[in-house]
Design a protein around this ligand. Structure first.
Ligand code: KG4
Ligand code: ZN
Length: 355
């Protein structure tokens, strides 16, 4: 088998290894890219996407402990890389490029993936590609919809980010709006923890919200009234905490399902409102929803109907590709590979959004 070969019909096949270790999931994936140079198309197939989640470990502490995350990545990274190769029925000699998340994220966690990728790339003389985690979340949408092409608007909602980007081309992201403080995922996790749900609270709140009354509590919207579609989640979080604490001071326990429903509704409405402002501002005809919080069923439903109303195409990855995974890193890495944007062995990691 060849790692990058051109067939007589002008079709080029290559396998990209994607490595992700920015937070509490270690992931190694192999994505097969088949480019048709005549038709200008690229078909992507996930051959393996192995995710080693550390959630059970961090659950004991109610959140991610960076030092523990780094150690767990070290323990998992080579095992899952070989598991990915085995699942795909390939060997390391078949890999045409190694894409690795370099930023943003927890620095100690990122460094594990970056150093592993650098060593493997150097030892086997394989091109190395640096990938931005946010761009990778968006790239999961190309795996979901082979027809997807920029320009489009992307709403990226995760544990660390809540941002609206106009994606001009696969490598050019222009920020249209974003959070000025916490991220939507962090807001879900915080209230989840306070009402006793297991970490991370986002998925549990999503379910619990179906059992409550979404009009039970009036909470401040995270959508800011400003000249660009920005968000702020800190006031909403404080308001929800005050409700919980006031009830406790009266010796009562708040109705958790009602709070989950009202809180989720407030977040979903705020995200939908600013996304529609951004759609109007940019005139985008396609919306991509990506990131861990993109798994939220209420948000998916709200944006589906908003896009229907506006005759905008809506693309969001399947649930398995919303959370952190290596396949999205490989998918994003392909675009840099195509442009010859390779990293050298002095590649570093960065906690910040920019390198
Ligand atoms: O993208 P991700 O896996 O990691 C980061 O890059 O941060 O996102 C994790 C976040 C967590 O805050 C988690 O609670 C949230 O995604 N999440 C959800 C749901 N599933 C995961 N939030 C709301 N509803 C969900 N169904
Ligand atoms: Zn993420």
């Amino acid at each position: 088998m060849t790692c990058a070969g051109t067939s007589p019909q002008g079709k080029r096949i290559m396998y990209i290894l994607g490595l992700e270790s920015s937070c509490d999931e270690t992931s190694a994936a192999i994505v097969r890219m088949q480019t048709d140079e005549v038709m200008g198309r690229c078909e992507r197939e996930i051959c393996a996407n192995i995710v080693a989640s550390q959630i059970k470990t961090h659950r004991l502490y109610g959140g991610v402990v960076p030092e523990i995350a780094g150690r767990a990545h070290i323990e998992a990274v080579s095992r899952i890389t070989y598991e990915a190769l085995e699942t795909a029925g390939l060997t390391i000699s078949d890999i045409g490029a190694i894409a690795v998340t370099t930023h943003p994220g927890l620095i100690g966690a990122l460094l594990v993936g970056v150093n592993f990728a650098k060593s493997l790339a150097f030892a086997r003389n394989i091109p190395l590609i640096s990938v931005n985690h946010i761009h990778a979340h968006v790239a999961a949408a190309y795996l979901a919809d082979p027809e997807l092409k920029p320009p489009f608007l992307a709403l990226v909602v995760s544990g660390g980010h809540t941002q609206l980007y106009m994606v001009e081309d696969e490598l050019t992201f222009c920020m249209i709006g974003g959070t000025r403080d916490d991220a939507a995922g962090e807001a879900f996790d915080k209230i989840g923890r306070v009402i006793g749900l297991p970490y991370p609270g986002g998925a549990a709140l999503d379910k619990l919200a179906y059992e409550g009354d979404k009009g039970a509590f009036v909470l401040p919207s995270p959508a800011l009234a400003a000249d660009r579609p920005d968000f702020s989640f800190s006031g909403l979080k404080t308001a929800a905490l005050n409700l919980i604490n006031s009830a406790r001071q009266r010796g009562e326990e708040i109705n958790r399902a009602d709070l989950a429903a009202s809180y989720t509704e407030t977040i979903v409405r705020g995200l939908t409102k600013q996304t529609s402002v951004a759609l109007k501002l940019t005139g985008a005809k396609t919306l991509v929803l990506a990131g861990g919080v993109a798994a939220n069923s209420h948000l998916r439903a709200a944006l589906t109907s908003e896009c229907e109303k506006r005759h905008v195409k809506f693309v969001t990855p399947p649930l398995a590709l919303c959370g952190d995974n290596g396949a999205m890193v490989a998918a994003a890495g392909y675009f840099r590979y195509r442009e010859g944007l390779f990293a050298s062995t002095d590649l570093n990691a960065s906690a910040a959004d920019e390198m």
